[in-house]
Design a protein around this ligand. Structure first.
Ligand SMILES: [Zn+2]
Length: 270
C-alpha cells in the first residue's frame, strides 16, 4: 500500500517505483514510519532460521546458498565472523587467550618471551599482556581466513563439480559451527581442569583428559562435516567419510598453526 508521504521515484537513482524495491538499483523504498519494526520483522526470522539450520541441519545453509535461496539466512561471512567475535568475547570462559597458552605451556618459553617483550617495550607485564590479548584477537580474526581457505580448497578439490563459491560457503559454515562447538569444549576443558593437547609432552592426568576432550571434539566435527557433505554434495558414506576426515585433519593442523602464528605476531608487534 502506498503511503501518502512515500516517494513515487527511487530516491537513490530516480527510477519510477513499483513496489517496495527499486527494480534498477535495488534500494528499498524509503518509508520512515515503522522502519525499525520492518527491520526486525525481516531480520529476526532470518537470524532464527540461520541459527537453527546451522545447529540442527548440517549443510542446510550451504545447500540453500547453492540453490540460490540466499535471502532467507544471514550471509555466511557475516555469520562466521559474528560467531568468531562471540567466541573471542567468551575467552574469559573458554581460556582461549595468550595468558592461558602461557600458563599451560610447560616449557615456560612463552611465559619467558612475554616477560622479555614486556621489558623491551618498557611496560608493566600485566598491562603488556592485555595489549597482547587485544592484538591477538585482531590478528587471529584476520588469519582465520587462512583456515577457511584451506577447508574450501579441500572441499573444492574433492568434488568433481567445482563450484568454488559453494566450497567457500561450505567452509564458512563449517568454521562457524566449529567455533560454537569449540567454545563449549574449551569451557568444558577449563571446568574439568584438562590441559590442551600439544601443550605438554608429559603424560599427566590433565593431559590425558585434554586428549579425550580433543578426540570428542574432533568426533563431533567429523560427524557434522560428513552430514553436511552428504546434504550439499550427495556424497556416499565411504567417500563422504574420507573427505570429512581430510577436512578435519586439515582444519586441525591449519587452525593450530593459525593460533601459533597469531600469538607470535601479537607478541612481536604488541
Ligand atoms: Zn534506484
Amino acid at each position: 500500500m502506498a503511503d501518502a508521504g512515500a516517494p513515487v521515484a527511487c530516491t537513490n537513482c530516480g527510477a519510477p517505483l513499483a513496489g517496495e524495491w527499486c527494480t534498477r538499483c535495488g534500494q528499498e523504498r524509503i518509508v520512515e514510519r515503522g522502519a525499525l519494526r520492518r527491520y526486525f520483522e525481516r531480520q529476526v526470522p532470518r537470524i532464527l532460521h540461520t541459527v537453527r539450520a546451522l545447529l540442527l541441519q548440517p549443510g542446510q545453509l550451504t545447500l540453500e546458498y547453492a540453490r540460490g535461496q540466499r535471502v532467507r539466512s544471514i550471509s555466511a561471512w557475516r555469520l562466521t565472523f559474528n560467531v568468531l567475535a562471540l567466541f573471542l568475547a567468551l575467552s574469559f570462559v573458554t581460556g582461549f587467550r595468550v595468558a592461558t597458552f602461557a600458563r599451560v605451556d610447560q616449557s615456560g618459553r612463552l611465559q619467558g618471551a612475554i616477560a622479555a617483550a614486556a621489558v623491551r617495550a618498557g611496560v608493566d607485564e600485566g598491562a603488556f599482556v592485555e595489549r597482547v590479548e587485544r592484538r591477538f584477537a585482531l590478528v587471529y580474526t584476520g588469519m582465520t581466513v587462512v583456515t577457511i581457505a584451506a577447508i574450501a580448497i579441500v572441499v573444492g578439490l574433492t568434488h568433481r563439480r567445482r563450484r568454488w563459491n559453494v566450497a567457500g560457503v561450505f567452509a564458512l559454515h563449517v568454521t562457524a559451527w566449529g567455533f560454537l562447538v569449540d567454545a563449549v569444549f574449551q569451557g568444558a576443558m577449563e571446568v574439568t581442569g584438562a590441559t590442551p593437547m600439544l601443550a605438554t609432552t608429559e603424560v599427566t592426568q590433565a593431559a590425558v583428559r585434554g586428549a579425550w576432550w580433543l578426540l570428542l571434539f574432533e568426533g563431533v566435527m567429523f560427524a557434522y562435516v560428513l552430514l553436511a557433505l552428504r546434504r550439499v554434495y550427495g556424497d556416499g558414506v565411504v567417500a563422504g567419510s574420507t573427505k570429512a576426515l581430510l577436512v578435519i585433519v586439515v582444519r586441525l593442523v591449519i587452525s593450530n598453526l593459525v593460533v601459533f602464528a597469531s600469538a607470535s605476531l601479537a607478541l612481536m608487534t604488541a
